[in-house]
Write a protein that binds this ligand. Structure first.
Ligand code: SAH
Length: 255
């Protein structure tokens, strides 16, 4: 029997299963094999069949990250066998997290790839603070950026982004906590010390914690409060609007 190999690249959203899309639930229910990143909330897997094979390919528990080549090989092999393969990725599959690379690789092997959007953690983090990312009194756009810039771009990265942010663009930074000192230093080259900043860890999950401070205090506050990955950093005056709405943004950690 000839099979028509397909892989579904599915966004699992930021963690809260209620933020899954209907399409994502349908794909998860239909899957016979699921390859799951460590940022996928445990509640999301409730929708998988009991008989489904679930392969954790993240690095939770301190083990080394599963090599990307292994993940791609496994997906391809299972799809060729005729399995209904779902690759579950945190947030949206095409916002960081290598979904684009995986899709290209699979297509090059003649495998059809279907993408299901998810709510990216940057959106969930901002909303959990009541921060309207493009509130028109404060911003005319938003930039989703990584704190993990590649090699030669890194030095220019933050001052350049700060200059753009100063023109009225909200900054939403993924993977920024590990390099928060250099990120803060670079941003201070183009933004006032008093620029409001928020950090949200585990957005949308019961374990969510956040802090709000100003740019000049960012790294110290992250250390003081002990916030770590996975976290989103939001930078910009839209955080003033969040405060005004009084949706729970304070100067200290939320429970
Ligand atoms: N595709 C994902 C991003 C993958 S990169 C998405 O669209 O959200 C991994 C980074 O995403 C983490 O380092 C962290 O910055 C962010 N992240 C993912 N889930 C998160 C969550 N629940 N809360 C805060 N940040 C999260």
């Amino acid at each position: 029997m000839s099979v028509h190999p397909v892989v579904h690249l599915v966004g699992a959203g930021p963690g809260d299963p209620e933020l899954l899309t209907l399409k994502a639930i349908r794909a998860i229910r239909a899957a016979t094999v699921l390859l799951v990143d460590d940022l996928v909330g445990a509640g999301v897997l409730r929708y998988a069949r009991r008989s489904a094979r679930i392969v954790n390919v993240g690095k939770r528990g301190g083990c080394a990250s599963t090599p990307q080549a292994f993940i791609e090989k496994l997906m391809a092999a299972e799809a060729h066998k005729g399995e209904r393969v779902v690759r579950l990725k945190g947030g949206d599959p095409f916002v960081f997290g290598r979904g684009g690379e995986e899709a290209e690789h699979l297509r090059a092997l003649g495998i059809e790839v279907e993408i299901v959007n998810g709510i990216t953690s940057g959106l969930a983090a901002a909303t959990s603070l009541g921060a309207p990312l493009t509130h028109r009194d404060h911003a005319h756009g938003v930039m989703f950026v990584t704190g993990h810039a590649r090699g030669e771009d890194a030095a220019l990265h933050w001052p350049t982004l700060a200059a753009a942010a100063a023109q009225g663009l909200t900054l939403v930074i993924y993977m920024g906590v590990a390099t928060v000192e250099s990120l803060q230093q670079g941003l201070l080259e183009g933004l006032p010390a008093t620029t409001p900043v928020a950090v949200v860890q585990h957005a949308s999950l019961p374990s969510q914690r956040h802090l709000q401070t100003t740019l000049v205090d960012l790294a110290a506050a992250v250390r003081r409060e002990g916030l770590g990955s996975p976290a989103i950093i939001v930078v910009g005056d839209v955080l003033h609007a969040a405060k005004r709405m009084n949706w729970g943004v304070g100067d200290s950690l939320a429970a």
